[in-house]
Design a binder for this molecule. Structure first.
Ligand code: C2E
Ligand code: MG
Ligand code: MG
Ligand code: MG
Length: 286
């Protein structure tokens, strides 16, 4: 979308609805093909505890278009979300993640986080699908963290809670992603069966330069502690930010300061390099 807008500015005209529509259709068809032709991959970004030990990672989808090169997930996920293509893409993603979890013991890779679109989350067979995929790979569903955004409440709070509870019964962990960017009302937080909150990187990446963002992050941390919800700070880019978060009790960290998203081979090497977690480690309960 931004790309289209940018192009329009250069050319000095607004692309017609027709142009936009045909571009989207073209991209959607290309994306369908991408799945069959192996153009999709997954990048893993490590998540660390307070002692900087890697306790898991977030799986992030990547697409290399044969002609256009790397397409931003912000762009292609939005296109996939317009149809059930997103369900196919995320089902593929879940399969790969369960394979990785099955290959690595929990002592090496305690958990993996996956982003699930609201369209997929509200799909009738979603919980059954998750039950099946974790079951066939023989992995403990508690090693999966399902990241949802505030848009899950689009059909109303009651429906969202019901669906989330079904997931909780399966045993998976639930995270609220990009916290603070949606139609955030703090009051609904206490009614959602959440395990963790991910503070959006727009607040984290500027907390050392913008005192308003620092105040927001501080408040979110205090509130989450009261509610007994873990906090993941995403977009931690320097040591000053890490110190600020650590001093206020933030439990989990993700950001370029530690690691960028990486290929699965590099991720595995990193995990192997830090050895097996001590039995008394708290990583498993995270
Ligand atoms: P997200 O779920 O909030 O993922 C975090 C994004 O922040 C990732 O961008 C990651 O690369 C980036 N990031 C992490 N640390 C830093 C940092 O220190 N500085 C900066 N500047 N950025 C950082 P990425 O990989 O481009 O993904 C963008 C978004 O695309 C994700 O945001 C997520 O909303 C979406 N996405 C990716 N894969 C999937 C998927 O399989 N399903 C769905 N529904 N969405 C996905
Ligand atoms: Mg996420
Ligand atoms: Mg996020
Ligand atoms: Mg996001």
């Amino acid at each position: 979308q931004a790309k289209l807008r940018g192009r329009a500015q250069i050319c000095g005209y607004e692309p017609s609805m027709q142009t936009q529509l045909s571009w989207r259709l073209e991209m959607e068809q290309a994306l369908r093909l991408a799945l069959v032709e192996g153009q999709l991959s997954i990048a893993f970004q490590p998540q660390l505890d307070q002692g900087e030990r890697i306790i898991g990672g977030e799986a992030l989808m990547r697409w290399k278009h044969p002609r256009h090169g790397w397409v931003s997930p912000e762009v292609f996920i939005a296109i996939a979300e317009e149809s059930d293509l997103i369900v196919e893409l995320e089902t593929w993603m879940l399969e790969r993640c369960c394979e990785l979890l099955a290959r690595l013991p929990a002592s090496v890779l305690p958990r993996l986080s996956v982003n699930i679109s609201v369209r997929h989350f509200t799909q009738p067979g979603f919980v059954e699908g998750l039950t099946w995929v974790t079951g066939t790979h023989g992995i403990d569903p508690a090693r999966l963290v399902v990241e949802l955004t505030e848009s899950i409440m689009i059909d109303g709070l009651e429906d969202a809670i019901e669906r989330m509870q079904a997931l909780k019964r399966l045993g998976v962990h639930l995270a609220l992603d990009d916290f603070g960017t949606g139609f955030s009302s703090l009051s609904y937080l206490k009614s959602l069966p959440l395990d963790e909150l991910k503070i959006d990187r727009s607040f984290v990446s500027s907390l050392d330069t913008d005192c308003n963002d620092a105040a927001i992050v501080e408040t979110v941390l205090a509130m989450a502690q009261h509610l007994g919800i873990d906090v993941v700070a995403e977009g931690v880019e320097n040591e000053a930010q890490r110190q600020f978060l650590l001093q206020r009790g933030c439990g989990l960290y993700q950001g370029y300061h530690f690691h960028r998203p990486m290929l699965v081979e590099a991720f595995e090497t990193l995990l192997m390099g830090q050895g097996v977690a001590p039995v008394t480690g708290s990583a498993m309960s995270a």
